[in-house]
Design a protein around this ligand. Structure first.
Ligand code: FMN
Length: 216
């Protein structure tokens, strides 16, 4: 009870923080028009059908605010194991992932923690993207469905930073889905978690629009 009370306060604080950041961007002259739609690609590091991280990302797709759309990447399990010897042959599944990332304005990434690291499937996908420029300056939100997954989050942060992506901190949130076993529908209907996720999407959208308004 106490823990959920503290979590609620943390959530409310974060939402306020996110709203302030969105306001600040407005003050900084980031004007919005009806054509300012942003496309997010969501990548879950879990191959499990009942994955909490995938449910979190599917819920975010349903919670997307006006002016933002979230598409789930479903090809993680189709990627061959990374091998520099076959990199030049550009396997079709790799080319597909790369083109989806390039076409997206920003990425939502959520990986479970396996043995204090990210999943092999997620690391494999990232390894394939190291040699191209798909991640360079790409705004990225790091999500997680488990507050316990601190090592995976730290590792993910290190890897995408090394790949020159831009982590959008106000959009990077961890929500306790794993412990509460919330389904996708329950996440969407959960007042605090849904508000946190919507706030993260708004912050990510604001970051994309702010980057667009910067002179080349
Ligand atoms: C092989 C394996 C290793 C795991 N190692 C960790 C770990 O080091 N730390 C942790 O917090 N959870 C660990 N877990 C628990 C998973 O992170 C947890 O089951 C999570 O829900 C999986 O994410 P998903 O529901 O999106 O598939 C491990 C699970 C598996 C299957």
């Amino acid at each position: 009870m106490l823990q959920s009370g503290i979590a609620a306060i943390v959530w409310r604080g974060r939402i306020t923080q996110l709203t302030r950041i969105a306001d600040l961007l407005g003050i900084m002259g980031v004007r919005e028009t009806s054509s300012d739609t942003v496309k997010f690609l969501a990548i879950s590091g879990s191959l499990r059908a009942a994955s909490h991280n995938s449910a979190l990302l599917r819920a975010m797709a349903r919670l997307a605010p006006d002016g933002a759309s979230v598409t789930l990447y479903r090809g993680l399990g189709d990627l061959p194991l990374f091998n520099p010897d076959i990199e030049a042959s550009d396997p079709a599944a790799v080319a597909d992932l790369r083109s989806r990332i390039v076409a997206a304005d920003a990425l939502l990434i959520a990986s479970p923690e396996y043995a204090h690291g990210i999943t092999g499937a997620m690391k494999n996908a990232l390894d394939w993207m190291v040699g191209c420029e798909a991640f360079v300056l790409k705004p990225v939100a790091l999500l997680n469905a488990s507050p316990r997954a601190v090592h995976a989050q730290a590792s993910l942060r290190e890897i995408v930073t090394m790949m020159s992506a831009q982590i959008v901190e106000p959009a990077s949130v961890t929500v306790p889905i794993l412990g509460s076993h919330l389904s996708e529908d329950q996440i969407v209907l959960h007042p605090e978690i849904a508000a946190t996720l919507r706030g993260a999407l708004l912050a990510l959208r604001a970051a994309v629009l702010a980057a667009r308004s910067q002179p080349e």
